[in-house]
Design a protein around this ligand. Structure first.
Ligand code: MD3
Ligand code: FE
Length: 207
């Protein structure tokens, strides 16, 4: 396990390459169990377009999007029921990663789970639906590698390209918490555990 600042000169970021390397099977099993309760779905942007990424959530609240906008909701709009609880293996991993990056006591109340199949992408955006921007966001990547687009404070800032691999964990805090970011279209491939998929979990303090 190695911790490494990336890209250089960004003190709010810590990339922990392979941080979850030994736990991928257990983490994937937990994701599949969650998806059996709160199934993958393609959400609609407020502009009325279906996103190419499929999503689910666990935790006290989940991130949703529809014609009324982006927000966190305690209920899964598909079932009308609360989102499944965040598995202990998720909150423990997120807490350990945040602590390694200097954010002791990180207790996420939301986990957005993104599923990418080849061609799926995420346009440049900011994450600003959370109540408290001083809490970091912790992300975990599983499955096929993805090219992460890492912009700046302004939408027009040129984005750097950083490949995220299965088992990589990144902690995003400080000023970079509000930087623009996205994911380039997922390339075809087969991962030994996940097949032709990438799953990204983002742990957030939303409330
Ligand atoms: C930097 N997800 O769900 S994870 C998202 O790979 C999202 O699915 C991407 O962007 C994915 O909102 C990127 C890395 C990430 C997540 C949240 C961030 C980077 C971030 C919030 C602020 C700054
Ligand atoms: Fe994001």
């Amino acid at each position: 396990m190695t911790g490494e600042l990336f890209p250089p000169d960004m003190p709010g970021l810590l990339r922990l390459c392979g941080f979850a390397g030994g736990e991928e099977r257990a983490l994937l099993d937990a994701v599949e169990a969650l998806a059996a309760v709160a199934p993958w779905r393609r959400v609609m942007t407020p502009g009325g377009k279906a996103m190419s990424v499929q999503m689910s959530n666990c935790g006290a609240v989940g991130w949703i999007s529809d014609r009324r906008g982006y927000r966190y909701s305690a209920l899964d709009p598909l079932s009308g029921r609360p989102w499944p609880q965040m598995p202990g293996i998720f909150s423990a991993l997120a807490g350990r990663a945040a602590a390694a990056a200097g954010f002791a006591g990180f207790a996420p109340d939301a986990c957005l789970i993104n599923l990418y199949q080849p061609g799926a992408r995420m346009a440049l955006h900011q994450d600003r639906d959370e109540a408290d921007f001083t809490a970091p966001i912790v992300s975990l990547s599983l499955g096929l590698p993805a090219v992460f687009l890492w912009g700046g404070a302004a939408r027009t800032d040129k984005a750097a390209r950083v490949t995220l691999h299965s088992g990589d964990v990144v902690v995003w805090g400080g000023a970079e918490r509000l930087y623009f970011h996205g994911v380039a279209p997922l390339r075809e491939g087969v991962h030994p555990l996940l097949g032709a998929r990438r799953i990204n979990l983002t742990f957030r303090k939303a409330l």
